[in-house]
Design a protein around this ligand. Structure first.
Ligand code: A2R
Length: 312
């Protein structure tokens, strides 16, 4: 048996590769963008740009994987404001290329398409925690691109009988995440202060919004449960169902790291439109697959701080 991870050089890929090996006990083929050189333990690595339709088709023709996990994306909301065309190309056209290659080859594959909690956009506070049946009102280009991916996944599953399963993954974090994501950025800033590499000032964006954060190691366990037990054509929230204010999480980071610092707003970190509360209702994934997150936020913060301590 063979599992394929597309876009494995990012944050989630190495964790997912390990989880697949532990759970499915099968070999993992991991694609990375040409030029990327990640360390992915136990996985065979191949270069692939998902916008190269022929290369994608050739890879699937040769490998015929039983499972495909689609992670490749332009995954930054901030960058999606600056590069909307690129975001749409990678997240929409890339996803379409993948599903259509699977269709045209007639592969009997389970295809997990990773979407985002951002797809829900501005939610009426009375509708929080958000169920999968909620109307999607994406508030940024990244969210719109992921919504398109999910809609295409439902069409491919419904019209061609393909086993396509979609996630709406809420914020995840942990060791190894880029500092373009808020909690990793705060952890990095704390460690720079510890090491005397920067003044004791946290530079922050919108601290008032509430977000639903899950440890990346819990997130990849959810992806495996969904690949094994999810229903074709269905979309599942992956989150904690426990939204927390970014300011509270910053305070937790300050407390765990022990740095003595002041907090200042940095206009460059403030998003043009921010959604006040995002929180997942995870009843569907919990009842259908038995998954729920188990790693406490304090643990994730502590591990992420340690990771930055080693890296910086
Ligand atoms: O943008 P880069 O250089 O970091 O490369 C990303 C890669 N990627 C691509 N892979 C193949 N063909 C492309 N045209 C292409 N463009 C970008 O996908 C990166 O190595 C990988 C995605 O990893 P991250 O951005 O670190 O996302 P993460 O946190 O691993 O999340 C996985 C999925 C994404 O679909 C997110 O939108 C979603 O979970 O939350």
């Amino acid at each position: 048996m063979r599992a394929l991870i597309i876009g494995a050089a990012g944050f989630v890929g190495p964790y997912l590769a390990k989880e697949i090996q532990d759970t499915l006990k099968c070999s993992v083929l991991a694609t990375v963008l040409p030029g990327e050189k990640p360390e992915i333990e136990g996985a065979e690595i191949r270069p692939l740009d998902i916008l190269d339709e022929q290369a994608l088709y050739r890879l699937l023709y040769e490998e015929r994987p039983e499972y495909i996990f689609h992670l490749a994306a332009q995954s930054s909301v901030a960058l999606s404001w600056k590069k909307p065309g690129l975001t749409m190309d990678i997240n929409v056209k890339g996803a379409l290329n993948l599903m259509d290659a699977v269709r045209s080859l007639g592969l009997k594959t389970t295809l997990l398409m990773v979407g985002s909690g951002e797809e829900y956009g501005r939610i009426d506070p009375e509708h929080v925690p958000i169920k999968e049946t909620e109307l999607l009102k994406p508030g940024n280009i990244y969210a719109a691109s992921k919504m398109c991916q999910g809609m295409m996944g439902a069409v491919y599953a419904g019209s061609y009988g393909m086993r396509v399963i979609m996630t709406r993954s809420f914020n995840h974090f942990g060791p190894g995440q880029s500092d373009t994501f808020v909690l990793s950025d705060f952890c990095k800033q704390a460690v720079m202060m510890e090491k005397g590499q920067s003044p004791c000032v946290f530079r922050t964006g919108n601290l008032g919004s509430k977000r639903d954060f899950t440890d990346v190691r819990d997130v990849v366990r959810a992806y495996l449960r969904l690949a094994m037990f999810g229903r074709a054509g269905e979309t599942y929230n992956v989150g904690s169902q426990n939204a927390r204010k970014i300011s509270d999480l910053l305070n937790m980071i300050i407390e765990i790291s022990g740095v003595d610092a002041v907090v200042e707003t940095d206009p460059a970190r403030v998003r043009p439109i921010d959604v006040p509360v995002i929180e997942a209702d995870i009843t569907k994934i919990r009842t259908e697959t038995g998954w729920q997150p188990v790693i406490p936020t304090e643990q994730t913060i502590s591990d992420t701080l340690d990771w930055w301590r080693e890296k910086l």
